[in-house]
Design a protein around this ligand. Structure first.
Ligand SMILES: [Fe+2]
Length: 154
C-alpha cells in the first residue's frame, strides 16, 4: 500500500472514532480537500507533491480527535511526529511536514515555501467549498494573491 493510502486509513480511523461526530463530514471534506489543494500548489511551485498531500491530510488531525481548535497546529504537529515514521519518511521529510503543520495557523507571517503551500491550500479548500462564507475577511488578501497566482479571477 502506498504511503498516502496508509495515512488516509489512519485519518479515517481518527475521524470515525472522534468524540465529535457532528464535525466528521466537514473534517472529511476539509482534510481530503486540503490534501488535493496541496498537490495542486506543490505542483505549481515545484515542491514535493506527495509530501504536500501528506501534510494536507494531517494538518488538522488534532481537531478531528478532540473537536477543539485551540492550539491545534502545535498539537497536530506532535501527533504527526508519532504517525509519520509509520509511513517510512526520512527525518528531514518528517521535520518539514511537522513544521508546516505547526505553523499553518499563523497566516500573518510568511514562512518557508512548504509552510506557505499548506497555509494557502488550507484557505483555498475553504474558498472552493464556499466562495461567500468559506474564508474569513482577514484572509481575503491571501485568497486574492493565490487566485492571481493560479490565473483565476477573484
Ligand atoms: Fe485546515
Amino acid at each position: 500500500m502506498d504511503k498516502l493510502e496508509i495515512l488516509r486509513g489512519i485519518v479515517d480511523e481518527a475521524l470515525e472514532s472522534s468524540e465529535y461526530p457532528a464535525l466528521r463530514r466537514d473534517e472529511y471534506i476539509h482534510l481530503y480537500g486540503v490534501s488535493q489543494c496541496c498537490a495542486l500548489l506543490a505542483g505549481k511551485r515545484g515542491l514535493d507533491r506527495e509530501l504536500a498531500r501528506i501534510a494536507g491530510m494531517l494538518h488538522d488531525i488534532a481537531v478531528c480527535r478532540t473537536g477543539k481548535p485551540e492550539d491545534h497546529a502545535a498539537r497536530g504537529a506532535e501527533e504527526a511526529r508519532d504517525i509519520l515514521p509509520i509511513l517510512g519518511l526520512s527525518e528531514g521529510e518528517i521535520a518539514m511536514v511537522c513544521q508546516a503543520i505547526a505553523r499553518h495557523s499563523d497566516k500573518k507571517t510568511v514562512h518557508d515555501p512548504f509552510d506557505e503551500m499548506l497555509k494557502d491550500a488550507d484557505i483555498l479548500q475553504r474558498y472552493l467549498y464556499s466562495e461567500r462564507d468559506g474564508v474569513a475577511v482577514r484572509r481575503r488578501k491571501r485568497v486574492k494573491r493565490l487566485l492571481a497566482e493560479l490565473d483565476l479571477p477573484y
